[in-house]
Design a protein around this ligand. Sequence first.
Ligand code: ATP
Length: 271
Amino acid sequence: MSEITQLSLTRIWVTTKHINHKCTQMNTDILNNKESFQILEIKDLYVNYGGIEALQNINLYINNGEVVTLIGANGAGKTTTLRAISKIVNPRQGKIMYSGRNITRRQAHEVVQLGIAHCPEGRRVLARQTVLDNLLLGAYIRSNQTEVRNDIQQQFEMFPRLAQRRHQLAGTLSGGEQQMLAIARALMSKPKLLLLDEPSLGLAPTIVREIFSIIQNLRARGVTILLVEQNANLALQIADRGYVLEAGCITLSGAASELITDERVKKAYLG
Ligand code: ATP
């Protein structure tokens, strides 16, 4: 597997406004004028499913080391945004830049090799395979088996419940344990950018807290995270910045600390 050893990161000045001409997009970004590195930049992205326009003129960026959250109602286009980045779907128009490379037309396995891992909504663990086999599957692009074994050990340290259940079939794990396995499996490809889709979905509050503390732990280890989450309150509490998606358009973006107090966000997503 060829992993990026040196990121050719694009040095940019974060622009003060991101105006989406088709969808009105307001920005309350406090990072204005801060010099930073972008690990991901999406420009004017459109995605269609047949005749359905799921994403329209999406513009977003993620700085290296950030946790950025995408919030929005059901069907707003959050999952589609992640699928476009991990190349599960192909954009109709627009550009996706990752670490200075244009990945718009790359294949799914290529973007994994470049350092992007997608932890999908609904966990999607292989139910009839053991925890260990699921983890090995996550490392399928890697050839150094010693490193893979060491990393499995690391996952077991981070997720002790998985260590205790390493020979258990994934389908017999609880929902929270399956979510942990899905995250651990994604981490087995050694991603620089982790796309996390609805990690709290259907989980009890104590497990949700555990999962969110793991996300914070990952960020402290230097993993950049794009988090899709229906629990906007929790997501905005741990994120640096956020984007609000409505009917396939970004309508608002900015620092999470500002979005969480924004009256429009409060009314629509924070109950
Ligand atoms: P949710 O929070 O319910 O998961 P979402 O914000 O992630 O929603 P998407 O799953 O990205 O939204 O869906 C965006 C739009 O694209 C929706 O109108 C949805 O019906 C449509 N869509 C998603 N996947 C497909 C598909 N495979 N075929 C056709 N339409 C699709």
